[in-house]
Design a binder for this molecule. Structure first.
Ligand code: ATP
Ligand code: ZN
Length: 303
């Protein structure tokens, strides 16, 4: 096991060892330029070119590791984070953490689902129902907010089979596409929590070296996330159409205008668009006179 507190000069980040968040978490670090060798063979990996160590664990342990100061940072779903925070509040344990960034992966929702044939109109229909879930805290909080008295049965895995086994009449579980529910003849009736992956840090103050490294890391994450949507657009345009063209470019500031050799009625325009560029936008640009339109992905960005 690694020491109970991280070193003074290297950040320690907890990541899911294997599961739905693992690949995206590692990919984010890779896009931030952080190099690790043969990931996941060891519990703790040292990045080669950045003062950060990665600890690979079950996702359920990540909030605790950060809240207890064993790790400085963690990447985890808000479903697990909020469930742990509520549980620690209930037990009187501290649940201090700071949200650093909301990440653009791990999206899913926690939903109450019933057997397809069971009638449902409002949350009041859940009164007296046994609901199986791995998220008792979030489920109870929802029921309390709705003023519904239902029983919560805690199961750690395969929650979707609980109704067939007669363990419960309803479930509260994570849903992304709904295909697992469908396969078990269940249908989602209420979304009680929307989840996404986040980067969190503990509430403790960091040593100066680590604080600086965290600042760098956050800046790189922002650069990666901004670049994910952003596009670089290049086109040729009649000078007279420039005002209309500028209006059509989504989220672009101050485009670069360059002369075109051999044609002084036209210019080349280059711009960074902060939002997605759709076919419809390109068609509108063409209609007002633009030609040779190129839309290029942007890998990194620093403003
Ligand atoms: P572990 O072994 O780490 O405990 P697990 O089986 O609990 O893994 P996964 O199924 O890998 O966890 O899900 C990890 C997290 O991924 C979830 O807690 C949630 O935040 C997120 N997630 C994203 N999409 C989905 C989905 N379709 N179903 C379940 N979780 C999802
Ligand atoms: Zn888990």
């Amino acid at each position: 096991m690694p020491p109970a507190t991280p070193p003074k000069d290297r950040l320690r980040l907890a990541l899911q060892k294997s599961g739905r968040l693992s690949a995206d978490s590692l990919d984010l670090l890779a896009r931030c330029g952080i190099k690790v060798k043969t990931p996941k063979e060891k519990l703790l990996l040292h990045a080669e070119n950045f003062p950060i160590d990665l600890l690979f664990v079950r996702d359920d342990d990540i909030p605790q590791l950060v809240m207890d100061g064993v790790c400085d940072l963690g990447i985890v779903g808000t479903n697990v984070l909020e469930e742990t925070a509520l549980e620690r509040h209930t037990n009187g344990a501290g649940a201090g953490y700071e949200l650093q960034r909301t990440l653009d992966f791990g999206g899913c929702r926690l939903a109450i689902a019933l057997p397809e044939e069971r009638a449902y109109a409002t949350p009041a229909d859940l009164a007296g129902v046994r609901i199986a879930t791995s998220y008792p805290q979030l489920t109870k909080r929802y029921l309390a907010a709705q003023g519904v008295a239902a029983e919560v049965v805690v199961l750690t895995g395969s929650v979707e089979i609980a109704p067939r086994l007669g363990l419960a009449e309803a479930i509260c579980d994570l849903v992304a596409t709904g295909s697992t529910l469908e396969a078990n003849q269940l249908r989602a009736v209420e979304t009680i929590f929307k989840s996404t992956a986040v980067l969190i840090r503990g509430a403790r103050e960091l040593d100066a070296v680590k604080a600086h490294a965290l600042e760098l890391l956050l800046r790189r994450i922002d650069g990666v996330q901004m670049a994910a949507e952003a596009k670089y657009i290049m086109l040729h345009a009649p000078k007279s159409a420039l005002p209309q063209i500028k209006q059509l470019l989504p989220g672009a500031e101050n485009p670069t205008i360059l002369p075109l050799a051999g044609d002084d009625t036209k210019v080349a325009l280059h711009a960074v668009c902060q939002e997605a560029v759709f076919w419809e936008t390109m068609e509108s640009l063409k209609r007002v006179g633009a030609s040779s339109i190129l839309v290029l992905p942007i890998e990194k960005m620093m403003l």
